[in-house]
Design a protein around this ligand. Structure first.
Ligand SMILES: Nc1ncnc2c1ncn2[C@@H]1O[C@H](COP(=O)(O)OP(=O)(O)OP(=O)(O)O)[C@@H](O)[C@H]1O
Ligand SMILES: CC(C)(CO)[C@@H](O)C(=O)NCCC(=O)O
Ligand SMILES: [K+]
Length: 244
């Protein structure tokens, strides 16, 4: 059994796998990291390997304590990935984006793939049919947009995510919800349309903390899976074992 951990910029997510079977998903904050790992290890005594991908400020050292009881793998750019990396600054490419690209490549062979991760940031990652990772885009995520409006103005309140009642916001709150949510949805639909105009035969995968909220609001048919990064971590590790 393996424990995979995804350290994002907002939260930490963990999942326990045996082969391709996902047993349980855990979500916690950085300060609860140790306590949670210990509880998971107690609950699943068969765990032998810990695989970590971190884009947050939790470093490799935080996991070295488990080295005595587990094989610890802290994923980096040096690990084998199943695609050809065409990013012009491969060393600065987020490890989460590399893991998503690996999952998309392995799970959906012989087609163009667009992965949209709607988390703290929304990222777009495109891997073509020949398994070339071409790049994509980085933009502020949903919650970040609400926070930015509040933090950089004098008068705008901090609101939490809510569905706008209409296109036309008739109050301050409704204007903000329309701007953030409708704007985000138009943006994603717009990106997808542009990709479709350039490429045919491709699958769109949506993941990240806002998956469920977004999936039902997008025009295009997408494969929505909020656990896609965790599943991709498991696949990246299986690939590493075979190719190291
Ligand atoms: N309990 C929660 N806490 C924070 N964000 C949440 C929560 N539930 C849903 N969300 C939504 O999830 C988004 C953040 O996504 P996620 O948790 O995947 O980010 P993350 O931990 O930074 O991961 P990543 O770095 O991979 O994007 C926010 O835009 C927010 O709207
Ligand atoms: C864009 C984020 C923050 C998304 O989690 C992460 O992938 C990251 O820190 N990336 C580094 C920059 C890049 O991917 O080009
Ligand atoms: K993200």
């Amino acid at each position: 059994m393996i424990l995979v951990i995804d350290v994002g910029n907002t939260r930490i997510k963990g999942a326990v796998f045996e082969g391709a079977i996902l047993f349980e998903v855990f979500v916690f904050s950085k300060i609860e990291l140790e306590k949670n790992i210990e509880n998971i290890l107690k609950k699943f005594e068969k765990i032998t390997d810990l695989i970590v991908s971190s884009v947050g400020d939790v470093e490799k050292q935080s996991f070295l304590a488990y080295d005595k009881v587990l094989n610890v793998h802290f994923l980096s750019h040096e690990d084998p990935f199943p695609f050809h990396n065409c990013y012009s600054t491969p060393k600065t490419l987020g490890i989460d984006r590399m893991v998503l690209a690996a999952g998309a490549t392995l799970q959906f062979p012989n087609q163009n793939r667009l992965v949209i991760d709607a988390g703290t940031c929304v990222t777009y990652d495109f891997i073509d049919q020949q398994n070339n990772y071409l790049g994509g885009a980085i933009a502020p995520g949903l919650r970040l947009r609400y926070e930015a409006l509040h933090n950089f103005t004098a008068k705008l309140p901090l609101l939490s995510l809510e569905s706008p009642k209409d296109l036309i916001g008739t109050s301050t709150s409704e204007s903000i919800h329309s701007g953030v949510v409708n704007g985000f949805v138009y943006e994603i639909d717009g990106f997808i349309e542009e990709y479709k105009a350039r490429y045919s035969n491709f699958i769109i995968i949506l993941t990240g903390g806002d998956t469920d909220f977004l999936a039902k609001r997008l025009k295009n048919t997408i494969f929505a899976n909020s656990n896609f990064l965790l599943e991709s971590l498991n696949q990246t590790f299986q690939y590493k074992i075979k190719n190291d």
